[in-house]
Design a protein around this ligand. Structure first.
Ligand code: SAH
Ligand code: SF4
Length: 406
């Protein structure tokens, strides 16, 4: 915490890297329009493309096909044509870690420039009793430099493609063995529809999703498509550090749930924690939130507040927070700070988090005291969820499913 930071102008890292598509691109994660383009490339006449896209859509996003030969309803000729031009490759899983609490973290390698540093992102799965949440990354690194965030310290930055964002869901379904149809799931005694392993998605991994708007919008379109991956937009939450000019478009064009990384109630402090605040201060951010399309008591905005010892965790801060959010249909998510090597902050004491949370609770907001998940595998790319006392049924089933897949 230095004074220089407080007065420094807002500076962003310039994106350093570009997406270099592989010689043979993958169809995994593509939108319907992109799949139609792929069909055109292999010479499918225009009047057949819609039907072919429909077939591929099913194999990709309902069945999770990993090779073209599995697509038995597609003619052999077309399968061969497609296989000559495309692959069904997923992002490469470089490492998989399973926490003692059932949280899983995958390190994924994405295509980069030859001989350059690899482009890698993390994707985290958090099983809970009533849900299974997958935390997706939207960028390799982040151009923003929030002082408490590890991603902000990474130099390498590039936007993910929509395919790479959807690819993270595909990988997670592969690893959790969740491609079976409902009937097969039932027969195997595994959870169906509403009680899937992956029931919720949060864009809370690496990167600022509203700085990669088009890809995030397209990816959420694919993920929520009812004829495919079928995860409803009400179960998808996009977290932003406060890119004010994009908030309205997010509501209008994406229409998922919104989370805002507030973390401070005064501009001087937020300037330091979330430097983007120097460009879009708190009053402007909250104005944009009040105007978020579709906002209602049933569709509240989640305000994230990371608990930093002696920095933003006083009772006065808690009271100011309540004042600030007055009139906005809101949820408040208190996140214990997850320390990383070299970080300049400490997590608030547990007692203080409870006191803070009591003020929030007494003001009418549900604010369960949350404990971090997957700390032993450093799984918290920000998304820290409440721990369950013991391994839940879902976790046991998930573990069983893991041993059934490769
Ligand atoms: N860039 C977006 C989304 C990714 S970060 C955003 O900033 O909202 C997701 C959440 O994790 C944000 O609320 C972020 O402030 C929080 N976060 C980042 N680093 C953290 C840490 N070390 N401990 C706790 N929360 C953290
Ligand atoms: Fe980027 Fe979000 Fe981390 Fe800030 S908190 S540096 S916006 S990923």
């Amino acid at each position: 915490m230095t004074d220089t930071l407080q007065t420094a102008p807002f500076v962003e890292k310039a994106p350093l890297e570009h997406y270099v598509p592989p010689a043979k691109p993958s169809l995994v994660g593509l939108t319907r329009a992109e799949l139609a383009d792929a069909m055109a490339q292999v010479g499918i006449p225009e009047n057949q493309r819609k039907m072919r896209v429909q077939q591929l859509w099913h194999w990709l996003y309902v069945r999770g096909a990993r090779d073209f030969d599995a697509m038995t309803s597609v003619s052999k000729d077309l399968r061969a044509l497609l296989a000559g031009r495309f692959t069904l490759a997923r992002p490469e899983v470089v490492a998989e870690q399973v926490s003692a609490d059932g949280t899983r973290k995958w390190l994924l390698r994405l295509p980069g420039e030859a001989d350059a540093r690899p482009h890698e992102v993390e994707c985290v799965y958090i099983p809970e009793i009533d849900r299974g949440t997958l935390c997706l990354s939207s960028q390799v690194g982040c151009t923003l430099t929030c002082t408490f965030c590890h991603t902000g310290t990474q130099r390498l930055v590039r936007n993910l493609t929509a395919g790479e964002i959807v690819g993270q869901v595909m990988i997670a379904r592969d690893r959790l063995g969740e491609w079976l149809g409902t009937e097969k799931l039932k027969a195997a005694g595994l959870p169906t529809e509403g009680e899937r392993f992956i029931s919720n998605i949060v864009m809370m991994g690496m990167g600022e999703p509203l700085y990669n708007f088009d890809a995030v919008r397209d990816a959420i379109g694919v993920i929520s498509d009812g004829e495919g991956l079928s995860i409803s937009k009400r179960r998808i939450t996009l977290s932003t550090s406060g890119v004010v000019p994009m908030i309205e478009r997010a509501g209008a064009e994406i229409g998922c749930m919104l989370a805002v990384s507030l973390h401070a109630v005064r501009d001087e402090l937020r300037n330091e924690l979330v430097p983007l605040n120097r460009k879009y201060p708190i009053a402007e951010l909250l104005k944009a939130c009040r105007g978020y399309p579709g906002l209602s008591n049933a569709r509240r905005i989640t305000f994230e507040y990371v608990m930093l010892k002696g920095v933003n965790d006083s009772i006065a801060d808690a009271k100011a927070l309540i004042q600030l959010l007055r009139g906005i249909p809101a949820k408040i998510n208190l996140i214990p700070f997850n320390p990383w090597p070299g970080s300049q902050f400490e997590c608030s004491d547990w007692e203080q988090i409870e006191k803070f949370s009591e003020v929030v609770f007494n003001a009418g907001y549900a604010s369960p005291v949350r404990t971090p998940r997957g700390r032993d595998i450093l799984a918290a790319c920000g998304q820290l969820k409440s721990a369950t006392e013991k391994l839940s049924a879902r976790e046991r089933i998930a573990l069983r499913a893991m041993t059934m897949t490769d």
